[in-house]
Ligand binder design. Structure first.
Ligand SMILES: NC(=O)c1ccc[n+]([C@@H]2O[C@H](COP(=O)([O-])OP(=O)(O)OC[C@H]3O[C@@H](n4cnc5c(N)ncnc54)[C@H](OP(=O)(O)O)[C@@H]3O)[C@@H](O)[C@H]2O)c1
Length: 370
């Protein structure tokens, strides 16, 4: 059986020409524990935008039906040398119905079922997915299940990681994102104190309305004061940051150290003994990360990525996390979307300029067979 259908591809050439287009593709028959999924819904997440749009100039791009050609500026073009000339599929996750399976038992058990999946090629009418990564959605719609992996497992991963590290509080620097709102609900359920940083008054309201106790606005003149108070009250010396560029991590370490120093009974020229930890897990800001170490010596900054976390967490933990996501898909782990677009519609100027801004509450959902 040969299956054909539309699929999105993104190609960056060495001269910085980025072409994103919808093409007719042939999808192979699934083998072993693979399944062929007829895709119904797939979100456009920031991690998808990294290869869909990146830093390219879409204001002055060349648009035609189902195709856009844009220029990637330096140093972003050279920085992606490894993908030059490669025609890449896109769309990390999505949901749809299994229409064919390999002969593996895990795959056969999914035949005809609606599943959430992580094919890496979800912007397509069909996608080959690994059965072990599929989540049977039962009565849930594809829209409800489309974002059931990347953000839910990451937000849960933060809570799991904090517990493994003996932490009772978490600081999160983009509180009102889709992921941030999930983390807010998880922390309330699990009794973990959460300090949310946001950058707009309306985002303070979103979080307060969602029951958040600690919300700090980085645009306020007394931001550092607010942050110190929240850290002091919660002992949040452990934080996650998706901004990456600029000074947010620096601000967090500074506030943590100032709180720790204020509690010292004796002066030390080396600062406090308080361990302070921040993880950068995104790059919403492409500018360099600025650190001005003035926070004693007990600070650690590292990256955080879902896949290695899951590999290290072990089968039992991952199984428990996936069950919690499925059991609470429309509550704790619900995602919301601004609008739905078809495959060709997602490559119009209007759509790209809108979704690449990654604004709060304005995520797009692609409906490839819609
Ligand atoms: N490491 C991992 O394994 C992993 C896994 C999942 C997600 N992520 C990352 O998690 C982040 C959030 O994803 P999401 O799907 O929840 O995002 P989302 O719902 O699309 O929201 C993006 C949020 O980021 C804010 N934002 C955008 N640019 C910003 C900047 N320069 N400084 C401060 N805030 C900024 C937006 O606020 P405004 O409205 O104010 O612009 C909005 O609240 C992304 O960076 C994503 O790559 C990482």
């Amino acid at each position: 059986m040969t299956t054909t259908g539309k699929q999105l591809f993104t190609t960056l050439e060495s001269d910085g020409t980025l072409t994103v287009e919808i093409e007719e593709s042939t999808f192979p028959d699934p083998t072993g524990n693979q399944v062929l999924v007829k895709m119904e819904a797939a979100p456009i997440n920031p991690s998808d935008l990294a290869i869909l749009t990146g830093a390219a100039d879409f204001e002055n791009a060349d648009y035609s039906r189902g195709k856009v050609v844009a220029k990637m500026p330096e140093p972003f073009n050279s920085g992606q040398k490894a993908r030059h000339g490669k025609r890449l599929p896109a769309g990390n996750e999505g949901a749809g119905t299994v229409v064919a399976t390999g002969d593996g038992d895990m795959a056969k058990a999914l035949d005809g079922k609606r599943v959430a999946c992580v094919p890496g090629s979800a912007y397509a009418e069909y996608a080959i997915a690994d059965a072990s990564m599929c989540l049977p959605l039962g009565d849930h719609s594809a829209e409800e299940g489309a974002s059931s992996f990347v953000n839910p497992m990451t937000a849960l991963g933060f809570a799991e990681n904090a517990k493994m590290d003996g932490q009772k509080a978490i600081l999160h620097t983009v509180g009102a994102s889709n992921l941030g709102l999930m983390l807010n609900r998880i922390c309330q359920e699990d009794g973990i104190a959460l300090v949310n940083i946001v950058r707009k008054d309306e985002q303070v309201k979103i979080l307060k309305d969602a029951g958040a106790e600690w919300v700090v606005n980085s645009s306020d003149d007394d931001f550092m004061d607010q942050l110190r108070k929240a850290i002091d009250a919660t002992d949040a010396f452990y934080g996650f940051d998706p901004i990456g560029g600029g000074q947010m991590v620096d601000h967090c370490f500074k506030a943590m150290e100032q709180v720790a120093v204020s509690k010292m009974t004796e002066y030390s020229r080396y600062g406090s003994n308080q361990q302070k930890r921040m993880f950068i897990y995104g790059r919403l800001d492409f500018s360099p990360t600025t650190l001005t170490p003035s926070y004693g010596f007990g600070w650690t900054l590292s990256g955080w990525l879902l896949t290695p976390f899951l590999q290290n967490a072990g089968m039992e933990t991952v199984g428990r996390m996936r069950k919690r996501v499925l059991d609470n898909l429309t509550t704790t782990f619900a995602s919301s979307y601004k609008t739905k677009v078809g495959l060709e519609e997602m490559l119009t100027k209007e759509a790209i300029l809108d979704y690449r801004q990654m604004k709060t509450g304005e995520k797009y959902l692609v409906t490839p067979n819609g």
